[in-house]
Design a protein around this ligand. Structure first.
Ligand code: BF8
Ligand code: SF4
Length: 640
């Protein structure tokens, strides 16, 4: 099996799982072969399941239309709308919960949470045209109500080009972008209405026009970007604090043999922040059961969130979640929503690990359910930690297998942190050193490598090879999501990784490091957070674009989701396209059955938003395409 080449798959842990008869993602992947190829490249056939006359399959030259008469272009575009809507719905639900928390804090309804970044809150009030001075709770209420408006505004829904649009888009996106989107008639009005409307529009017998459907896809990309990513990040920074530089460790070796190990998996800081707080408070309880303390470790995006704000180590990305349990040394894995394999309970049942679900709408049969609600968050978090502590005695020493694998990881590069680091080089004009080094070619360009790992690409080391090639070619790389775990585990998120960078990039990293009092360079790959924190990337790009007075699509930047698997990665990718960013996605998305949709995404869109999809199925080809695009943009700006 190609697994041997995946350096994040620990062979000993794998054997440990096998000994206990625990099936992992790779085993189920094999069982699923051969997977259905309908909708998938390169075969290019198309499948529709949108009504019960179907499923219908479109086979070119043989079966050109579904039973209702929908052809390949319509079906492919409809499927893309639905995936984008599903991804956006996950992010907007996440953001909504954070907005409601801010509102409850403002109204004094919850005691367990506070506002940590008051300056940020006041800055948002100002941007929204609200009173930014005075009692903080009043300001918080005004900001929360403006955010909630993005979930309830109704005016303009059926005359979209005339209506009002998302507050969060209005205060975040650059005027040039808003003008472009307004011209296209894709400004979203209300996040919930747009995602629900998308289900209507794509039902059997509603919209059959593929171009109109693609416009709807773009609108949903904007919903994702502003009412999802930005809104979630901003609310979380206000409540839990804006991340600053922190140094920690990554990979399975962060699990400690003598401690009560509790893995936190999912996405919402509303849960993870409380768990972090109570892990600190209950150290003495852990000692009572013979452990040295409580060791929290992070999995997937929640891992990134608690790494950035508290320096908690990263145990693994989503595909390693089962391996975290198969170390036999994890007393509890607490989860909330998104990207949690239901199989974690199956693996846990082969060991002593307790799986704890916390959200009423995300439960796993067999797991313990401790609902963590705003009003009982402290009680629930305490019970979660105590469940882990009580379970320490059940650990079977013979079943413990913790690999000796961990790598130093620096994190917390919020836009504010990046500017603070750059201001040490040029206090008056922090962006100048970045821009000067792009102009002189020390930095060829900037690439965001984000998103998931995909079991279809096991053994290919796609994400890590792509990042390594980019930095070798002097491209500054920023990472989020599971790709941040990948970069960390491969030593790219610490100063030593700078050895792998090209000469020009290394010189810049070293100059910034020295200006900040470090003995050497900063890491060549900057950790910007979880998947919702892709918003932070736009914040930096907007600052650069504004300073240069050019639109984002003229900047030497590119993005890649090299191993995407989740609908959320689709909606983030679509948002990047609306921003005008050339975006590589792999595996090839299921659009090749429609020549029209494929052509719009890979060619025509560039004339509309400036963004386009880059197709490449090897890391080398992906790096080449991204670097080629960056060079083209440099030329456009008159740079060598
Ligand atoms: O939101 S990168 S597998 S964990 S979807 Fe999920 Fe993909 Fe990981 Fe976070 Ni993002
Ligand atoms: Fe078939 Fe049309 Fe129904 Fe799709 S919507 S399953 S193409 S009949």
């Amino acid at each position: 099996m190609a697994l041997a080449k995946d350096n994040w798959v620990d062979k000993r842990v794998l054997r440990n799982a096998r000994k206990k008869k625990a099936k992992l993602v790779f085993d189920r992947f094999e069982e699923q072969q051969p997977q259905c190829t309908f909708g998938m490249a390169p075969r290019g056939d198309v499948c529709c399941k949108n009504c019960y006359q179907g499923p219908c399959r479109i086979i070119p030259g043989k079966q050109e239309k579904g039973i209702c008469g929908a052809g390949a272009d319509t079906i492919v575009a409809r499927n893309l709308v639905r995936h984008t809507a599903a991804g956006a719905a996950q992010h907007t639900d996440h953001a909504r919960e954070a907005v409601l928390l801010l509102h409850d804090i403002a109204k004094g309804k919850v005691k367990g949470y506070k506002i940590k970044d008051e300056a940020k809150l006041r800055a948002f009030a100002k941007k929204l045209g609200k009173k930014s001075s005075g009692p903080i709770r009043k300001v918080a209420e005004a900001v929360a109500l403006e955010a909630l408006e993005d979930f309830r505004r109704q005016e303009g829904m059926f005359q979209k080009s005339e209506g009002e649009y998302l507050n969060w888009l209005r205060i975040t996106a650059l005027p040039e972008r808003i003008k472009t989107w307004k011209k296209l008639g894709i400004l979203p009005i209300n996040a919930d209405m747009e995602t629900s409307h998308a289900l209507h529009q794509t039902a059997m017998g509603v919209d059959a026009d593929p171009v109109n459907l693609l416009m709807e896809t773009l609108r949903l990309g904007l919903v994702d970007g502003y009412a999802g990513l930005h809104l979630a990040t901003d609310m979380q920074d206000i409540i839990f604090g804006t991340p600053k530089l922190t140094q920690s460790m990554s990979n399975l070796g962060v699990i400690k043999p003598d401690y009560v190990n509790i893995a936190v998996h999912g996405h919402m800081p509303i849960m993870s922040e409380k768990v972090v707080e109570w892990a600190g408070k209950l150290k003495a309880q852990a000692k009572k059961v013979g452990a040295k303390g409580v060791n929290l470790v992070g999995v997937c995006c929640t891992g990134n969130e608690i790494l950035m704000r508290h320096g908690i180590p990263l145990a693994g990305h989503e595909m390693q979640s089962e391996m975290v349990i198969a170390t036999g040394a994890v007393e509890a894995m607490v989860v909330d929503v998104q990207c949690i394999y239901p199989s974690v309970q199956d693996v846990a049942s082969c060991f002593h690990t307790k799986i704890i679900t916390t959200m009423d709408y995300a439960r796993i049969p067999g797991a313990i359910h401790i609902p963590l609600k705003l009003e009982n968050a402290d009680k629930a978090a305490k019970e979660i930690i105590m469940t882990g502590i009580r379970n320490f005695r059940n650990r079977q020493r013979k079943s413990v297998c913790i690999p000796n694998k961990k790598t130093e990881a620096w994190a917390g590069f919020s836009a504010e942190m990046i500017l603070a680091a750059l201001s040490k080089v040029d206090k008056k004009d922090p962006l100048k050193p970045l821009i000067d080094n792009i102009v002189n070619g020390n930095i060829l360009g900037i690439a965001a490598v984000v998103g998931c790992r995909n079991p279809k690409l096991r053994g290919e080391r796609f994400g890590e090879k792509l990042i390594e090639t980019l930095i070798k070619n002097n491209v500054l790389v920023v990472v989020t999501g599971c790709m941040a775990h990948t970069a960390a585990q491969n030593g790219l998120m610490n100063p030593n990784g700078a050895k792998m960078a090209g000469k020009g990039l290394r010189a810049v990293l070293t100059a910034i490091g020295k200006a900040n009092g470090l003995p050497g360079p900063i890491p060549p790959v900057l950790h910007m957070g979880s998947c919702v924190d892709n918003s932070r990337i736009e914040t930096v790009l907007n600052a650069v674009a504004s300073k240069l007075n050019v639109p984002i699509h003229k900047l030497p930047v590119a993005a890649s989701a090299p191993e995407y698997q989740q609908e959320k990665a689709v909606s983030i990718g679509v948002w990047a396209l609306t921003l005008g960013i050339a975006t590589h996605i792999n595996p090839i998305p299921p659009v090749t059955g429609s020549q029209l949709v494929t052509k719009v995404l890979t060619e025509d869109l560039e004339k509309i938003t400036g963004g386009k999809v880059l197709v490449a199925t090897t890391p080398e080809a992906a790096a080449k395409a991204m670097i080629g695009h960056i060079k083209k943009k440099r030329k456009g700006l008159g740079l060598k």
